[in-house]
Design a protein. Structure first.
Lengths: 322, 478
């Protein structure tokens, strides 16, 4: 990973500080012991956090027969990528993947657009009844009717067993609206005023001024929204009892992890499509479970390191009140 | 009274009627399109008019046997669409009434047309309702004439009459007058769709609280016959089995939340010790990897647990290879110390992430404090204890208060995925209990009562925590 400019500067400053520091006092034996223990603790905890993913990953790419025997613990052997190819034909994992991607993309885009627009509107003092309506939105963060009334409401709206149940309820996200509103309020008001004087309408100001200026915060809420959508599991579990084709990847994974008995039939249907492959690389119950886990976690593992600063910015913004 | 004032009064009635008609579209209890028992009880006009497939789901047999003509159902479908479009047009007209005189006049045209379309829709459904009475097999088709048709008809006609009346009461449009809405209303109208979404998904569920007062079984009507008053509230405390369940569930909930509270200082310690590491690259790597678990779902955490601790998982196969165990053991089936295990999984997932807010707070501490302390001869731990910790306490208090306010909200995902038949006694928390009672066992009324209690207590706790925060720190947390 290439270091950013800021990191390089930090490091330089750190080195300089160290130099100055060392001249001032010597590290005692206690210091050294503490440092070693401290490093050891964090090293172990980090390994605990990352090793399971590594373990699952090497088990999905190793020889399936060895995996079944439990022989793959640290080093992959007999590397092949056949499991991922055949996974798409097992059960309806392919459909689940499609549904999950669709809801993540659609849900996130709509949520970001709505949050940006509403966040902008509620900064406008001129709006009729602004305070009341804004409070109406915010209160919903702290108070909800409960699971069962929510479920009955969704079924009343005809959103059970329907794809739109994943998308529409998430469009208005009060917390994100607060974040955007706070951000927009920090943009100098003169910019908007001068645009107003030039005769720009609210929509124009939003499109040409507010939207581009608030991109950092929008990126942050987009990334949080996307992760939330991707991970969402309860809505699929509760709202889609009669529509297995609409189950999300998380729900599928949950089903497969718990399905010790009927995996046999799935395996057979899966292996039918990979008859050409070596006999050793036929999927077994263990590799199916591991491969779906990997498919489900991979997007997050791949995206996270690059988006980390947005995530961290998000939690810091959360500390700012609306 | 002059004409303008009368028109203003009538406008208020029109707007209220518009809102009522829009809400009525979503309420299954007054669904005029439910002309047969085969149409689902939970469907509203809106669902009838949006999906022909859902409307006729139970009609396959009726169609093939010729009990009901397809034309009848198409009329119901068309009528529903007409009502939806009609009411939407009226509402659009109602929105335009916030503008200038010309816009008001223009807005009355969609209002009137919408009302007419809605009346036509009502007639179509009425025709279908009369038609279905003549079915050869009334036992199966259960034809009925919903009284709601009359209600919808009256609303539509009232809308029509009002629109026309206001049209003649409004002053004539002068030449050169422009369409214009005042800024404050313009902004409100832009905001309105989102407010509507919020109301539909966050406030409308409150209507569901009425199920707490009925003997409700899924798919039944709410009528005076099954009105139960406070029966379920009393049941909760009087029925020994339910009471025992509830005590057990509350014990689990409070125990696990309590353990979480008791260990909430851990993320602060994590941050402090991490900041003691001077190698920035190592620190960065630790921070990146320890925060990843926070972004995977509980199902994936379970998948991880499965990979590591199940019969043929990592730990088992290591132990078998080392000769400690003869066959693999499924550690996940072990139901001892469930509370501690759940706590540890929670920490594995959240520790690194929760530390970030403290790390940011530490980097905000004035470095001169540390330098001054060094000169005074303070050691490393003294600096940590006397400078870093006190600076983090305000942040810690806010997070602690928030955690106390959320003591009943453990969420159900974690406990649902880790639940097995063996550990269900010690793992079921309130959220999971409500889910199992309501969704799996169909005890809608009882679980609604429990959910109500939970919502109300949570809000009280939140306001309490807020009050305390105001008293101590002079700042609110919500």
């Amino acid at each position: 990973m290439a270091m950013t400019k800021q990191e390089k500067l930090d490091k330089k400053a750190e080195a300089l500080y160290e130099k100055k520091h060392k001249r001032r006092y010597k590290r005692t034996a206690g210091d050294v012991t503490f440092d070693i223990l401290n490093h050891a603790f964090f090293l172990i905890f980090t390994i605990m956090c990352i090793f399971p993913f590594y373990y699952i990953f090497i088990n999905t790419i190793s020889d399936n027969d060895l995996v079944r025997k439990g022989a793959i613990n640290f080093i992959p052997r007999g590397i092949h990528l056949g499991n991922y190819a055949s996974m798409m034909n097992v059960g309806d994992v392919g459909t689940a993947l499609f549904v999950t991607v669709a809801r993540t993309v659609l849900g996130t885009v709509l949520m970001v657009l709505a949050s940006a627009f509403v966040g902008y509107l509620v900064t406008k003092q001129e709006m009729w009844g602004r305070k009341i309506w804004y409070r109406c939105l915010i209160v919903t963060m702290y108070f909800n009717a409960g699971l069962i009334p929510w479920y009955l409401n969704m079924s009343m709206l005809g959103l059970t067993n329907s794809f739109w149940a994943y998308v529409i309820p998430g469009i208005v996200a009060p917390y994100n609206i607060i974040l955007v509103k706070t951000y927009i309020e920090s943009i100098p008001g003169e910019l908007e005023e001068s645009a107003m004087i030039d005769g720009a309408s609210y929509m124009t100001i939003f499109r040409k001024l507010i939207w581009p200026l608030s991109k950092p915060i929008l990126a942050t809420i987009a990334i949080f929204g996307a992760v939330g959508n991707w991970n969402s599991f309860t809505d699929s579990l509760i709202l889609m009892p009669d529509a297995p084709a609409l189950h999300t990847l998380q729900h599928k994974l949950y089903t497969y992890l718990n399905a010790a008995t009927n995996l046999k039939s799935v395996m057979n249907s899966g292996s039918g499509s990979v008859t050409g492959a070596a006999a050793a690389n036929v999927l077994n119950a263990k590799t199916i479970k591991y491969t779906i886990s990997m498919v489900t976690v991979l997007p997050i593992l791949m995206v996270y390191p690059f988006m980390q600063r947005y995530f961290e910015k998000g939690i810091m913004l959360g500390a700012v009140k609306g | 009274m002059n004409k303008g004032k009368v028109a203003d009064r009538l406008y208020i009635v029109l707007r209220i009627l518009c809102i009522v008609s829009l809400v009525a579209l979503f309420i299954p209890a007054i669904n005029p399109a439910r002309i047969s028992g085969l149409i689902s009880k939970t469907s509203s006009v809106f669902t009838c008019g949006t999906s022909y497939g859902a409307l006729t789901r139970n009609f396959v047999r009726a169609f093939s046997k010729g009990w009901v003509g397809t034309l009848t159902m198409q009329m119901v479908f068309g009528g529903s669409i007409c009502i939806i479009i009609g009411f939407a047009a009226t509402a659009a007209g109602g929105c335009m009434s916030l503008g200038s005189n010309k816009l008001k006049k223009l807005g009355l045209i969609p209002s009137a047309i919408g009302a007419i379309v809605a009346v036509i829709g009502c007639f179509m459904i009425n025709w279908a309702a009369n038609d279905i009475q003549g079915t050869p097999n009334p036992d199966r088709v259960e034809p009925m004439k919903p009284g709601a048709i009359t209600v919808f008809m009256i609303i539509s006609i009232a809308l029509l009459v009002l629109s026309v009346a206001i049209f003649f009461l409004l002053p004539k449009v002068e030449k050169g007058e422009k369409c214009h809405i005042e800024t404050k209303y313009q902004l409100f109208l832009l905001f309105l769709p989102f407010l509507a979404l919020c109301i539909v998904f966050s406030y409308l569920p409150l209507l569901g609280w009425r199920y707490a007062f009925f003997d409700y079984k899924s798919g039944q009507d709410l009528s005076l016959e099954n009105f139960a008053g406070f029966k379920w509230f009393a049941f909760l405390f009087q029925n020994p089995a339910t009471r025992a369940d509830l005590v057990r569930v509350l014990r689990n909930t409070l125990a696990m939340s309590g353990l979480g509270l008791a260990t909430s200082w851990c993320s602060m310690a994590f941050a402090i010790f991490l900041c003691e590491i001077k190698n920035l690259r190592f620190r960065r790597i630790v921070q990146t990897f320890t925060t990843i678990p926070n972004f995977i779902s509980w199902v994936l955490v379970y998948a991880v647990a499965f990979a590591i601790f199940s019969t043929d998982g990592f730990v088992s196969s290591l132990l078998v290879n080392a000769g400690v165990l003869s066959t693999g053991t499924n550690f996940l089936m072990d139901n001892s110390h469930m509370w501690i295990k759940m706590l540890l999984w929670g920490m594995w997932k959240g520790l690194g992430w929760n530390a970030i807010i403290y790390i940011a707070a530490i980097s905000g501490i004035d470095q001169q404090l540390y330098e001054a302390a060094s000169i005074d001869g303070a050691g490393r731990f003294q600096k940590m204890w006397n400078i870093t910790v006190p600076s983090l306490i305000p942040t810690f208090m806010v997070l602690l208060l928030m955690a106390i306010a959320g003591i009943l909200n453990n969420g159900m995902d974690q406990y649902l995925v880790f639940e097995t038949p063996y550990n269900t006694d010690t793992i079921t928390v309130l959220d999971l209990y409500v889910y199992k009672l309501g969704i799996n066992s169909g005890q809608i009324s009882l679980s609604t009562v429990i959910g109500m209690f939970k919502s109300v207590i949570s809000v009280i706790l939140l306001f309490g925590a807020n009050k305390i925060s105001k008293l101590i720190r002079g700042e609110s947390i919500i």
